[in-house]
Ligand binder design. Structure first.
Ligand code: ADP
Ligand code: ASP
Ligand code: MG
Length: 418
């Protein structure tokens, strides 16, 4: 392999939570920079600062989707970047901070979930050449054509890092976080979760989109599209190799004692709490009715995930059930009411959790779905909605049983090597 020349290192909120943490991060960056590699760093806001800014914005009467909301939310990263630049200068590493708008990182005007259109990386590259200056770039934000600050969606610093790596032709993008890699399930909930040495983009994308927030799903997609080699590793164990996310499909456990992961059908199990289930009852069973429900929701920017339509018993009416992000529940009901679905026909259940079993190996092997239903039935857990794709099975259950189901399924499908 040719020697690495340029790298993007991204540090998440927990990694930069205090001045002491920021100094530790500076030391990690210095170690890499001292090997002669060009370094660009992407930073998140300190600790839970973005949550605090979100509360503040809401108190001031604005919410996601407005320009001033984005201008408030973007501030967190704008504090971390200069702090890290100072911490590097303190240890004799030339460094400067960049806000997204200064590069610039140009985005669409879709406030709250803006899409990156281009990144101008030449300023960074000129600095690398002139003085080997480390560039510290604010994650999560850019600027639109009207010069308004935009944000890229929660967890969006991962995306900033991957796209910056593509823009400056970095050899690799390392995501430093508070766990030492990608596990078969959230290690904070499932103690038996096994760390993966490598994971394919497709499986990582499914896991991330279905609740494994160790990487933002859009960043995985961007890494796949731009062929950016991606690694998830720990800020608190910086010498550890972590997990490589790449184009390969098989994966092996990180230690010799672990079971051979490549024989497994299931790679990981994700868990998502922030869902709501909507049921529209007694909908006329006629062509075009589903479009009448889902068309306006899509126009309203509501992401609908699992959908089931019950078979009509009387040939005249049917029920349609679907899931949405919980935060959109009220708006969804408003939209449905505006589209002539009476409120008395709409049932909202916020007490649901989605568990998703992901594995490229499921495509070629039978039996995973049967095991899932057996495991849940043994614990009297009712499956409310099911959806499948080639490499995943998702089930919606009561949130009360979410963690129990997650551990039981992990035991049956991963620890026992289904
Ligand atoms: P950061 O602030 O560094 O971006 P995040 O909180 O966004 O960190 O992501 C790291 C967290 O992701 C971990 O603390 C862990 O609880 C959670 N997580 C969920 N699923 C997984 C998984 N499959 N493997 C590793 N971590 C996971
Ligand atoms: N600070 C932002 C958030 O908390 C972006 C990020 O950390 O990735 O969502
Ligand atoms: Mg994150």
């Amino acid at each position: 392999m040719p020697p690495m020349k340029r790298i993007v290192m991204k540090f998440g909120g927990t990694s930069v939570a205090s001045p002491a943490h920021i100094r530790d991060v500076a030391a990690i960056v210095k170690t890499v920079w001292a090997t002669g590699v060009d370094v660009a760093v992407v930073v998140s806001a300190m600790g839970h600062e973005t949550d605090r800014l979100d509360d503040l914005a809401q108190t001031m009467g604005t919410k996601s989707g407005s320009p001033e909301y984005d201008a408030i939310l973007a501030v967190g990263e704008q504090v971390t970047a200069p702090c890290l630049a100072l911490a590097l200068q303190e240890i004799d590493v030339p460094a400067r901070s960049w806000c997204g708008w200064q590069l610039p990182i140009m985005t669409t005007s879709r406030f709250g979930t803006a899409r990156v259109e281009s990144i101008e990386g030449q300023g960074l590259i000129d600095d690398f050449h002139a003085r080997r200056t480390v560039a510290i770039v604010t994650g999560f934000q850019g600027i639109d054509a009207q010069h308004r600050i935009t944000t890229l969606g929660r967890g969006g610093s991962d995306l900033s890092a991957v796209l910056l790596a593509a823009a400056i032709q970095a050899d690799r993008c390392d995501i430093y976080t508070d766990v030492d890699g990608v596990y078969t399930s959230d290690p904070r909930i499932v103690r038996q979760a096994v760390r993966l040495k490598t994971i394919g983009f497709e499986e990582m994308l499914e896991l991330a989109a279905l609740g494994a927030n160790v990487l933002q799903a859009r960043s995985v997609n961007a890494a796949r599209n731009h062929r950016v080699p991606l690694r998830v590793r720990s800020t608190f164990k910086p010498d550890d190799e972590g997990t490589i996310v790449s184009g390969i499909l098989t994966q092996t456990a990180s230690s010799d004692e672990d079971p051979p992961m490549e024989l497994r059908k299931v790679t990981g199990i994700a868990h998502e709490r922030n869902q709501a289930k909507i049921t529209c009852r007694n909908i006329k069973d006629a062509p075009g009715m589903a479009a009448r429900v889902f068309g306006p929701l899509s126009e309203g920017g509501i992401i609908v995930d699992m959908i089931v339509q019950t078979a009509s018993v009387d040939g005249e009416t049917t029920d349609i059930t679907f899931t949405i992000p919980r935060k959109d529940a009220e708006e969804t009901v408003d939209i449905l009411k505006r589209n002539d679905i009476p409120e008395s026909h709409i049932i909202v259940d916020r007490n649901v959790a989605k568990i998703s079993i992901v594995g490229a190996g499921m495509t070629t092997s039978a039996g995973v779905a049967a095991t899932i239903f057996e495991v849940l039935a043994e614990r009297s857990i009712n499956v409310e909605v099911i959806s499948t794709s080639e490499i995943k099975v998702s089930v919606l259950i009561s949130e009360d049983y979410g963690e129990l189901a997650l551990r039981a399924l992990h035991h049956a499908l991963i620890e026992n090597g289904a």
